[in-house]
Design a protein around this ligand. Structure first.
Ligand code: PHE
Length: 338
């Protein structure tokens, strides 16, 4: 029995020593220590060992098991170390890592978030409407006569169905008043479409932010205060803002708002950023007709509306000279906003 233990241990250690991969190592373990393995098989012979030798043989068996287990462990570690070394071959793990480029928000997204957060603080809620619109919501309800140049096929994208791509976000004024009663205080950022010749300041898709405030006593003073405050928050408290009389069919009186731009190395100049005005009573009447009630009775409510170009605001904010940079997705441009 003692000789057999010796022989098994010697053979086992030799076999383990010769193993070259994890799978053969596992096979060796099963063959030696597994249920049907050579060592357990031999242990079964303990029954026949004379009583006075049992202790000694038992010790030998234990010793063999320990030696074999230790050899298996050691081989396993050695195989793992060799595999690690192979994986690292030709790689210098001490080299500095490659820089990760983090994505960043697009300048239009940044300016939209800023504009929304300022106006929300003033109590404006977000509203929206479809980009494919009816002539009614885009023009008729906004008091725009059939022969107005903006309705021309040369300026507006029409579908065969007679629908169109909205030319401004003012459509959301009508949609909001059709479905809700005053008081109304909403902003609606979104795309607008015009058949413009594309150049450094024009695209056929651009971004507007519409605003509408209707209540019992909304005044021109409210309009001026709101938009001045907004522009000062966006561009800085010392930004000069001016309201220039203008005409829009859906507001009366109407204004264009300019801010004074101080570009480096250039004479300061006024730049138009928004259109605005007091809601024309004709708009309230069109809304009432569409609703079939008098919720927007021009004798009881007044309101102001404004629409600004977000692309223009972004260009002013960051001195962007060409609007096309906003849609080209050139990462050299976009990375500057990270
Ligand atoms: N819709 C006008 C435009 O696109 C802007 C505007 C909005 C003017 C609301 C007055 C009131 O030019």
């Amino acid at each position: 029995m003692k000789d057999q233990i010796d022989a098994i241990q010697t053979e086992a250690l030799a076999r383990i020593g010769a193993v070259a991969d994890a799978r053969s190592l596992e096979e060796a373990r099963v063959a030696i220590l597994g249920k049907q393995g050579s060592l357990p098989q031999l242990s079964a012979g303990m029954r026949e060992v004379p009583k006075e030798q049992k202790a000694e043989v038992g010790q030998l068996l234990n010793g063999a098991r320990q030696a074999i287990t230790a050899a298996l462990e050691e081989k396993k570690d050695a195989l793992q170390a060799a595999a690690d070394a192979r994986a690292l071959e030709g790689i210098d793990p001490t080299l500095p890592a490659r820089a990760l480029h983090h994505g960043s928000l697009h300048p239009l997204t940044l300016i939209r978030h800023q504009a929304i957060s300022i106006l929300r603080r003033m109590g404006f809620a977000l509203a929206e409407g479809p980009e494919i619109e009816t002539e009614f919501h885009c023009f008729d309800a906004l008091n725009t006569p059939a022969d107005h140049p903006a309705r021309n096929e040369k300026d507006t994208f029409y579908f065969d169905s007679g629908k169109l791509l909205r030319t401004h976000t003012s459509t959301v004024q009508i949609r909001t008043m059709e479905t809700g009663k005053p008081p109304v205080r909403i902003i609606a950022p979104g795309s607008a479409y015009r058949r413009d010749e594309i150049d450094a300041t024009h695209l056929s898709v651009f971004n507007q932010l519409e605003g509408l405030y209707v209540d019992a006593d909304v005044s021109l003073g409210d309009l001026k205060g709101t938009l001045e405050y907004f522009l000062h928050e966006l561009f800085g408290a010392d930004t000069e803002v001016r309201f220039r009389p203008h005409f829009f069919p859906f507001t009366e009186p109407s204004f264009e708002i300019d801010v004074k731009l101080h570009a480096k190395g250039q004479q300061p100049k006024w730049i138009e950023v928004a259109g605005c005005g007091m809601v024309d009573p004709a708009v309230f009447e069109a809304v009432n007709d569409s609703r079939g009630d008098l919720a927007y009775d021009p004798a009881r409510v007044t309101g102001f509306a404004f629409g600004m170009g977000l692309d223009r605001l972004a260009m002013i904010r960051w001195g962007i000279k060409d609007i096309r940079l906003l849609i080209e997705n050139d990462t050299r441009f976009l990375r500057q906003f990270a």
